[in-house]
Design a protein around this ligand. Structure first.
Ligand SMILES: Cc1cc2nc3c(=O)[nH]c(=O)nc-3n(C[C@H](O)[C@H](O)[C@H](O)COP(=O)(O)O)c2cc1C
Length: 326
């Protein structure tokens, strides 16, 4: 069975990719993931907040007599450089030791900083970049036009700044999901990762404090991802990397049938260990063998909404089939 495919224009041996997380942040784990058959690896993101925190911590360690005004620029650039250089060392080392594509990941919130980071990822040798534009529309003053304008400004500028492929990782929070994803795919990007899973906040009722909700996905989260992949995969100019809720080899097959170019996994690796990647690949090949498929293209997108088909009709039919019988 041949599971070769393309991801952001790059040749990969398997459509199953290790998504950005704490398990893609050390050479030891990256090597294990490659050995277990990951098609590519998206590195743990550089978070702009992380760098700003480092900068502030270093400033607070300075003597009170220090003139912050004079030294801030220096310290800020020094600390940011140090924090980033560790990450860039990881990229360089990964490129020396691994053969599969290494995708850098950036999670920023300000327009200016994106530019510098992006060029440096490219210089460090990343094969591609995934931009995690985790923008939640918190502000009541922010309209969906404002959010979408921010996306297009960042992407348009980045597209000119680097020559490596760019993928944009999006959240599920768009009013006009289908319309905007299509417009996004026309902006010269090479892929869209659907979806980022926002870290939810919970409430501890005894301490009456905010706390983190569980960060891992559950298997039933696949359905929402799969629905959008099926609706959009044949309507975008770039391919979709399906993320959130993929826990088994059967889930991988479902996403490919829905039209995903590739599939990203994270929570199932946390639950079962990085070697679980091997089981996912074996399961995919077993399914292909059972159904007499030699290549992914023979079945990819078989159950996607067709280019000229109306998604509403497609889903209405499923709805009717189910509820008419109850
Ligand atoms: C512990 C943990 C750390 C993560 N860190 C990042 C990150 O640094 N950057 C990013 O884009 N996504 C990050 N994610 C989100 C994952 O890449 C992925 O989109 C999400 O977990 C949904 O996929 P899953 O259902 O396979 O877990 C993280 C997820 C987890 C559970």
């Amino acid at each position: 069975m041949d599971t070769k495919t393309k991801y952001l224009g790059l040749d990969i041996e398997s459509p199953i990719i290790a998504g950005s997380c704490g398990l893609t942040n050390s050479i030891a784990d990256l090597e294990k993931l490659e050995a277990a058959g990951a098609g590519a690896i998206v590195l743990k993101s550089i978070f702009e907040e992380q760098i700003i925190y480092d900068i502030k911590r270093n400033l607070s360690m300075m003597a009170p007599t220090d003139n912050y005004g004079m030294s801030y620029e220096y310290v800020a650039s020094h600390v940011a450089d140090d924090s980033l250089s560790k990450h860039f060392e990881l990229i360089k080392e990964a490129k020396k030791r691994l053969h599969i594509p290494i995708v850098g990941s950036i999670n920023c919130f300000s327009f200016e900083n994106w530019m510098t980071y992006t060029q440096r990822f490219q210089d460090a040798g990343c094969d591609a970049l995934e931009l995690n534009m985790a923008i939640l529309p918190y502000e009541t003053s922010l309209s969906c036009d404002d959010v979408e304008r921010l996306f297009s400004n960042v992407i348009n500028t980045l597209r000119k700044a680097v020559s490596i492929p760019i993928s944009v990782k999006v959240s599920k929070n768009f009013t006009d999901m289908a319309n905007f994803m299509q417009r996004l795919s026309w902006m010269g990007i090479d892929g869209i990762t659907m979806f980022n899973k926002a870290l939810n906040v919970d409430i501890d009722v005894e301490k009456m404090e905010l706390c983190h909700a569980p960060s891992l996905s559950t298997p039933d989260e696949i359905y929402e991802t799969m629905r959008w992949v099926a609706i959009l995969s044949k309507k975008l100019r770039c391919s979709i990397s399906a993320s959130t809720g993929v826990h088994t080899a059967t889930d991988v097959v479902k996403m490919l049938l829905a039209g995903a170019g590739t599939v990203q996994v994270v929570s199932c690796l946390y639950k079962n260990g990085v070697d679980y990647m091997r089981q996912l690949n074996d399961g995919l090949r077993d399914w292909m063998k059972k159904h007499n498929y030699e290549h992914l293209d023979q079945f990819r997108g078989k159950l996607a909404v067709k280019p000229n088909e109306e998604a509403s009709l497609f889903f209405r039919t499923q709805f009717m089939k189910h509820f008419a019988q109850i």
